[in-house]
Design a protein around this ligand. Structure first.
Ligand code: PLP
Length: 407
C-alpha cells in the first residue's frame, strides 16, 4: 500500500494548478530537446521590462545607506512612514481619508491575498470568483478550507452580475474582483464595481450578512489610459484593495505589494488580527529594503507604452490572420479566441510550432488562450505569425477531426 507523504488538501491544490505547470515543463523540455524550434515562451506573466530608471537609482541609494537597525524586524504591517505614504497615495484616488493604519505592506499581491483570505474566511465559506480568473485564487481560497464558486463570464468577458446575484448563498463570504483582469487585460467600467457593491449592500440589508469585496488590482499601474481611475475603496464598506509592484513597477522577484481598507473595516481589532494572521502564514513582514523602495515605485510609474505597442502589433497580426482577439485595456496579456473549440489541442499544436500559450481552461474560460507579451517586439511578431499559420493549419482539418476536437 502506498503511504501518502503529503496532505490531501496540498495534493488537491497541486492537482488543480497542474495545467499551467505541465505546459511550463513541457515547454522547457521541448526547448531543450528541439532547439531548432526556437521556442517563444508566451506562457508566464513575468514582466521583462526593467524597473524605471528612477526606481533603480533609488534602490542603489537605499542599499548603500548605512543606518543602525536597517536590517531588523519592524512592525509586521510594515514601516509606518511608508504606510503613511501609501495611504495618502490611495486617499487621493479614493476621495476617502485612508490612514497609515489602514495599509498593510506585503510580499506581493499574493501575500496580500493570503493574509486577507486568512483573516476573513472560515472553512466551509464560499468565495465567488468571476471567470476568467487568476488560477492561484483557487489554491489561496482552498488553503483556508473555504471553497470557490465560479461565475461564468458575460458578453465580451464583462461581469455577469445577474449570474453573480444568483450565485449568492448563505455561505458566501467574499467575492474577488480582478481589475484589470488576468488573463483578458480587460478593465471594467466604474459602473461595474458600483453595481456589484449595490448588490452586496442589498444582500446585507436582506440577510444581515456581510460579504467582503476583495479587489485584486495587481495590474492597476499598467492601464493604457494612464493609471487607476476611481477607487473601488469608496464603493462598499467591506473592500480590501490589493496592489503590487510586481507588474506595476516590474519588481516581480522582489516581492513587494500592499493592501488597504476603508474606514468601515478599521475597527480596533483589525490591525492586530491582520498581524497575527500574517505571522501564522509565515510572513513576519515584507522585505525591509523593498518597503523603503515602495514610495519611489509609486512616484515613478513604469512606462507602459512598450507593452501597448506589443499588444497593438500582436492583435493586428492575429486579426489579419482571421483570429478574434480583443485589445486589452492594460498590461501585457492578450486572450484570443482559439480557432478550434478545443483550445488545449490548439495550444499543443502551437507548441509543436514553438509557441507556448496557456489554454483558457486554466483560467476557467475554455475556447480561448492567453499570450503573455513579455518578449521583445521581434519575438512577439514571430510568435503572432506562427499562431496565424497554426490557425490556417487547423482550418484545413477535416470536419470529422474538427468535430472530435470540439467534443
Ligand atoms: N493577482 C493577479 C491577478 C496576478 O496575475 C498575480 C500575478 O501574476 C498576482 C495577483 C500575484 O502577484 P504578486 O507577484 O504581486 O504576488
Amino acid at each position: 500500500m502506498r503511504t501518502e507523504i503529503f496532505a490531501r488538501r496540498a495534493r488537491e491544490i497541486a492537482a488543480s494548478s497542474s495545467l499551467v505547470r505541465h505546459l511550463f515543463e513541457w515547454g522547457r523540455d521541448t526547448a531543450r530537446a528541439r532547439p531548432e524550434l526556437d521556442v517563444i515562451d508566451l506562457s508566464l506573466g513575468n514582466p521583462d521590462l526593467e524597473p524605471s530608471p528612477a526606481v533603480r537609482e533609488a534602490l542603489r541609494r537605499l542599499a548603500a545607506e548605512e543606518a543602525p537597525g536597517k536590517h531588523r524586524y519592524m512592525d509586521n504591517a510594515g514601516f509606518e512612514d511608508v504606510r503613511a505614504t501609501v495611504a495618502s497615495h490611495l486617499s487621493l484616488s479614493a476621495g476617502l481619508r485612508i490612514g497609515a493604519d489602514s495599509v498593510y505592506l506585503t510580499c506581493g499581491a499574493a501575500g496580500a491575498l493570503q493574509i486577507v483570505f486568512g483573516a476573513i474566511l472560515d472553512p466551509g465559506d464560499e468565495v465567488i470568483v468571476f471567470a476568467p480568473y487568476f488560477p492561484e485564487y483557487l489554491g489561496f481560497v482552498r488553503s483556508t478550507g473555504a471553497t470557490t464558486v465560479v461565475v461564468r463570464p458575460g458578453t465580451g468577458f464583462h461581469l455577469d452580475l445577474e449570474a453573480f446575484e444568483a450565485a449568492l448563498t448563505a455561505r458566501t463570504r467574499a467575492v474577488i474582483l480582478n481589475d484589470p483582469n488576468n488573463p483578458t487585460g480587460l478593465s471594467y467600467p466604474p459602473s461595474t464595481s458600483a453595481r456589484l457593491s449595490s448588490l452586496l449592500a442589498a444582500h446585507r440589508q436582506r440577510t444581515g450578512r456581510l460579504i467582503h469585496l476583495v479587489a485584486d488590482e495587481a495590474y492597476s499601474g499598467l492601464r493604457f489610459d494612464g493609471g487607476p481611475g476611481a477607487s473601488v475603496l469608496a464603493t462598499w464598506d467591506a473592500v480590501w484593495l490589493v496592489r503590487s509592484c510586481s507588474k506595476d513597477a516590474s519588481l516581480a522577484g522582489e516581492r513587494i505589494g500592499y493592501f488597504a481598507w476603508g474606514p468601515a473595516l478599521s475597527v480596533s481589532e483589525t490591525l492586530p488580527l491582520l498581524r497575527s494572521t500574517a505571522r501564522a502564514l509565515g510572513f513576519a513582514s515584507a522585505p525591509a529594503l523593498m518597503q523603503r523602495l515602495l514610495p519611489f515605485a509609486l512616484a515613478h510609474p513604469l512606462d507602459t507604452s512598450e507593452y501597448r505597442r506589443r499588444c497593438e502589433r500582436f492583435v493586428a497580426i492575429l486579426r489579419a490572420g482571421g483570429l478574434e482577439a480583443a485589445f486589452p485595456d492594460a498590461g501585457f496579456f492578450v486572450f484570443p479566441r482559439s480557432p478550434i473549440a478545443d483550445e488545449r489541442r490548439f495550444c499543443r499544436m502551437l507548441g509543436d510550432l514553438g509557441v507556448l500559450c496557456v489554454p483558457g481552461t486554466a483560467f476557467g474560460a475554455p475556447g480561448y488562450f492567453r499570450a503573455s507579451l513579455t518578449q521583445p517586439m521581434a519575438r512577439i511578431e514571430d510568435a503572432a505569425g506562427r499562431i496565424t499559420r497554426c490557425a490556417e493549419l487547423v482550418a484545413g482539418v477535416p470536419p470529422v477531426e474538427a468535430l472530435r476536437a470540439s467534443a
